[in-house]
Design a binder for this molecule. Structure first.
Ligand code: MRU
Length: 355
């Protein structure tokens, strides 16, 4: 049973080790049963941690990638700028190939590369110092962005509201309050009481394992439902708003998030419930015109056929289609909540105005 602390003290999912040479993550695949920390030192350990969702959630992936590429740059051992840059790019490209949909991964790695390029006239130790400062800054900025998103998001809710969320966009997936869960934690601290319904989020159960864990830990009222129960709780009149996170927001407002999110948005439209996307500007990709340009990650069939079951729950050779994300049409989104405020349609204008 999850310990209810009644506190919203942050769970820290990613950090640089004390000696600055490794990345320490809370292994999210072990939750809610075990709080186990992993130390990532090699490129393969870092790639695997991202690929296997030991660290997950778009902002947390970006923060982790920043720390990882810094640690790998330290290991390159080269004093020559060109050799250092070449090794940096190899590490960057390898990490970047771990997952395709969340733009924060390439966003953070490109930001780190920008530092290496801007400091080209300086000695390698000075470049490393600048890289360390940059990855720490990425993390600090995310903390500030989540706090601002939480404040803006809270203006959309009132005491007693029922809120449905999908996947996990809380502290584990970000830093501090999280994005979609941020207004709920902030409201709780201010004495507001919400009734949260968390979709379990098949196939990897981020809602069951992580969202319900985080909310229970804080003492927030959460009810876990299977994904196919969202319609009935909406029909019952229990949901006044849907809050979800995002992995990439296209310039027109189309939004990629965990598979099943678009179905929630379609249901919300049917029942006249506002559907909000919450995410930092680091998740907005203005170079991506529409959701059709977002690459959707496909994952192994085992995640559907057998993972989490005591024995396989499907014929071992049945074909599976396992997209990890889907795209919600911008016309279904009532607002996109960022640290810069709440963007409303038309999103081409309101999103561009943020930058
Ligand atoms: O596959 P995951 O668990 O990384 O997917 C995560 C999501 O879809 C989240 O909703 C999204 O990254 C936003 S996290 C603030």
């Amino acid at each position: 049973m999850t310990e209810v602390t009644g506190k919203t003290d942050p769970i820290q999912s990613v950090a640089l080790s004390d000696d600055g040479g490794s990345v320490v993550i809370l292994d999210q695949t072990q939750l809610p049963n075990r709080e186990e920390y992993l130390t990532l030192t090699t490129a393969k350990e870092m790639y695997d941690a991202i690929y296997y969702l030991k660290v997950r959630g778009a902002p947390a992936i970006g923060i982790c990638a920043g720390y990882c590429v810094y640690c790998l740059a330290r290991q390159s051992g080269s004093e020559d700028y060109d050799a250092f840059l070449a090794a940096f790019r190899r590490a960057k490209d390898y990490l970047n190939s771990a997952r395709p949909t969340a733009v924060n991964l390439s966003w953070a790695l490109n930001r780190m590369e920008g530092v290496v390029l801007a400091q080209r006239e300086r000695p390698v130790p000075a470049i490393l110092a600048a890289l360390e400062a940059e990855c720490r800054l990425i993390h600090e900025e995310d903390i500030a962005m989540c706090a601002a998103i939480s404040r803006h998001g809270l203006t959309l809710l009132k005491d007693g509201d029922g809120v449905l969320t999908h996947c996990n966009a809380g502290p584990l997936a970000t830093s501090r309050y999280g994005t979609a869960l941020g207004p709920l934690f902030l409201g709780w601290e201010q004495g507001l009481r919400f009734r949260v319904f968390a979709d379990e989020t098949r196939p990897l159960l981020q809602g069951a394992r992580l969202t319900s864990y985080e909310l229970r830990r804080a003492g927030i009222d959460v009810t876990l439902i299977c994904d196919n129960m969202a319609s009935i709780v909406m029909k019952n009149g229990w949901i006044q708003a849907c809050l979800v996170g995002c992995d990439r927001v296209a310039a027109n407002g189309d939004t990629a998030n965990k598979i099943g999110t678009s179905g929630v948005a379609i249901l919300a439209k049917h029942y006249g419930i506002p559907f909000y996307v919450l995410g930092p500007t680091s998740t907005i990709d203005l170079r991506c015109p529409t959701g059709d340009n977002i690459e959707i990650e496909l994952r192994p069939p085992e995640e559907i056929r057998e993972k989490f079951y005591r024995e396989p729950m499907a014929p071992s050779d049945v074909k599976c289609y396992n997209p990890a994300f889907d795209v919600t049409d911008h016309r279904l989104i009532a607002g996109i909540v960022t640290e810069g405020g709440i963007c409303r349609p038309p999103y081409e204008k309101s999103l561009a105005a943020l930058f």
